[in-house]
Design a protein. Sequence first.
Length: 694
Amino acid sequence: GQRPLDVHPAWLPPEAFRAIGSRRTRVLGDGPLVETVLSEVREACARYGGVARHGGVMGHGATGDEPDDLILVLSTVDAVRDFVPAGQPLGEEGFTLAARSGVTVVVADRPAGLLYGLFELVRLGEAAFRPERAPESHRPAMRRRMVDQWDNVDVHPVMGQVERGYAGGSLFWRDGKPRRDPDRLRAYGRLLAGCGVNAVSVNNVNVHATEAHLLTDRLAEVAEIADVLRPYHIRVHLSVSFASPITLGGLPTADPLDERVRAWWAGTTRQVYATIPDFGGYVVKADSEGQPGPFAYGRNHADGANLLAAALAPYGGVVHWRAFVYNHRQDWRDRSTDRARAAYDHFAPLDGQFHDNAILQVKYGPMDFQAREPVSPVIAAMPATRLAVEVQVTQEYTGQQRHVCYLGPQWSEVLGFRPWGPDGPAVRDVAASPGGAASPGRAHDGGGLVAVSNAGDDPFWTGHPLAQANLYAAGRLAWAPDLDPTAILDEWIELTFTPSSTGDPDLLRRSLHEVMDGSWRTYERYTAPLGVGFMVRPGHHYGPDVDGYEYTPWGTYHFADRDGIGVDRTVATGTGFAGQYPPPWSQLYESRQGCPDELLLFFHHVPYGHVLHSGSTVIQHIYDTHFAGVEEVRRARQVWERLAGAGLVDPAVDTRVRERLDEQLRCAEEWCDQLNAYFLRKSGVPDAHGRPIY
Ligand code: GCW
């Protein structure tokens, strides 16, 4: 029995377990993960009147027992074959679901598969208990499905406790000390497992002085977190500072080729595994935005990553080495430097030089988590390197969890992008593991999906209750990257808003889809146009400021003048970034005609009168989309009000969502008015429809 939490149950409310809890279930197997499954089933049965049995013989209880409705069992039990014929190995995490003659069976080769099978049953609800179901096997496409917390132990003077966190404080630390709230932490692990996540990196990739100590004298705090998350099959990873041998070890250098440095990392890592035997590995942001790295010693990123990979290898650990490396002290007058080029320029030449247990973690776009960017060219440039794709669930640039912005469609577009053209593999294949559902047929294991978490100690976990869907979608896409994001949204709605049985469930579903499905594109419409990005207030990145970054060292410019706007990244006349893609994309992006509208200003500087594929001019597109975006937000607010008015949502959720929708509308109007005014003043071209522009 868990103590009832004073927090929203998100996608695993008790009602989601009704179908299981009202039946007779037998769990066969032992060990900690099986215990977790059993305790979930027991709790559901206690609530809904079912029976949970542990052990015994498959299909038969003790004499006199009524037969089982549901059996969760490891494939080592012979009797399983009466239900599910032997098939392909299911691996560490896969499972098969089947039903025969009114008995539903989940079979797995390993205990973790039973846990994921249980959550599949939860998603299916009553549908899991049809009398007959043909066997259906599920295996994760990606072996590594990780969330990165950007949590600090201390409250950082500028960034707060959670860097780019919009959901309160950390779930791990408070007042500089471990929070030690195992119930809350366990509930988080449960939610993560419930959407398929199996790894958590616990601290910010910007590793400040206090947090650096988590690796050594404060390691016990990490071990405590690992203990709580382990029953949900979640491994803990740690962000470390490349300068640790100096700052923690007292060495005069952190040079990756120095013997003392290698010995320090080896010894330190041995200690880590002595304390946390199933530790996942390190995450490193090096030579990026002021973090220390190998450049200080004239070494490259492969030298740096391999140093840590070598220390982790004896224990099966991995290093996630981030590719987010660029010059953040650029001179804006220097038109030859292009931040978008940086990751490729640094890393592509190193392809093939990284150890097997080094994973290069690449942000999905070449800039920085904008609402719209092309897919990073690094993903196609390093066939001999294990790559992980990083997405930002925390909504730094997409409304900071004050705006509804369901990002499933964005990530799904990225994962489905085919960098080598229509006949080549997709991004999801590059990140997948051989033998996984995506069967990419690649030589080596992909590095998986990494999602920067949007969760904190907020009672709704994510500030905006509807932002829970983003965390859920990130996990589901890591497990099955070809899932339709709209179907994922449906799952999330179905689980989270389990009908209070009052009211019309169809209205609920339809309304939430209306509010959420297209919300990413709505956000794109009222913010920076046609892929140009940024135009946000510097520092905190909320709200509009068209020129906020224009004359800064950050490399994020739009170059608007009286004649036109956009960044010339062509090979012919620009920075050459378009040439970092393989054909056909290099050619498509190079030409104004071939370039998709939504990325036009990312690749080209064009006159305001340039005609888009849509038939509209750039300037008219800016006006139209901004007015339309505001209208869409206004409409979303009406739909929500109607929904809440019908008594279909919990009043606390309603209050929170309504307050945020009000702010979203205010902010969208601000974006619209500022952007339109700015471009009217620059271009002198009036709106064709004569709408108010200030
Ligand atoms: O998006 C930027 C953020 C930084 C962040 C950085 C990164 C953790 O503004 O706050 O630092 O990206 O991804 O390293």
